[in-house]
Design a protein around this ligand. Sequence first.
Ligand code: UTP
Length: 288
Amino acid sequence: MIPAAGLATRFLPASKAVPKELFPVVDKPALQYIVEEAASAGISDVLLITGRGKSSMVDHFDRRLDLEAQLEAKGDHDRLEAVRRPAELASIHSSRQPEMLGLGHAVLCAEDHVGDSPFAVLLGDDLIDERDPALPRMLDLQAASGGIVVLLLEVPWDEVHKYGVASVEETQDPDVVRVTGLVEKPPREEAPSNLIVVGRYVLPAAIFDAIRKTPPGSGGEIQLTDAMALMINEGVPVRGVVFRGRRYDTGQPEGYLKTLVQLACSHPDIGPVIREWLVEYVEQELKG
Ligand code: UTP
């Protein structure tokens, strides 16, 4: 499931009428990267949690037969393939979050669709580079031994207050830790580590009961982190896969702009031109 019902206040006014999940990242919307990541990990059923004014997100994954006919008539096969691709990735469903009560509450909106099976939650704010996939490892770990699997990333200590932070114990596998506690947006001096929870989770269906038992937390919202912390206290095993690959934070303007530059530079078609231009531009800026 992809929770995408939030108000995206950090992007206002750009996000007033266009959901931030549809902002372009080089040549496709951020959300398409997320659905592609899920599809590459073998997930064929995707539930988008949407809110008011966000149905255009679902439209992106529909066929556009009129457009396809025009491109076909022109013989523009590359664009035709690009336009068809979103609809071919997975079966896309959507559900509404009636009130923006927090990420935990958004996850609860998936209960009817998910049923009793474990499921993955992918947040649109975190793009994981397709060259460094993490989800298959997380799914395998959850399938092998149940419980919750989260993705963790080491960040500088002065950034921990912005994220959910994990207390961890090492395991025999250097890329996997046992998570013994989770805290949402702690002040630096109270943070148990500098390992933050990135927006990928593999959760058992028992999370729904835990969310129901979770009172509003940080920011007055029902936090997924708090529901997971409750399950840790109930003895549910929680493992963290430590991510050492490329991750892009597109949830706020500065990170979004950096992501555009990074992914434009590695794009097979426009990358060489952009890199050359960027070097010239930076040289000019430095000269003042
Ligand atoms: P954020 O806390 O980043 O909120 O939510 P936001 O709305 O995206 O952005 P800001 O903070 O207002 O700028 C993390 C993810 O959880 C979803 C968001 O859409 C985002 O993908 N979310 C959050 C919901 O689906 N529903 C909620 O009630 C809250």
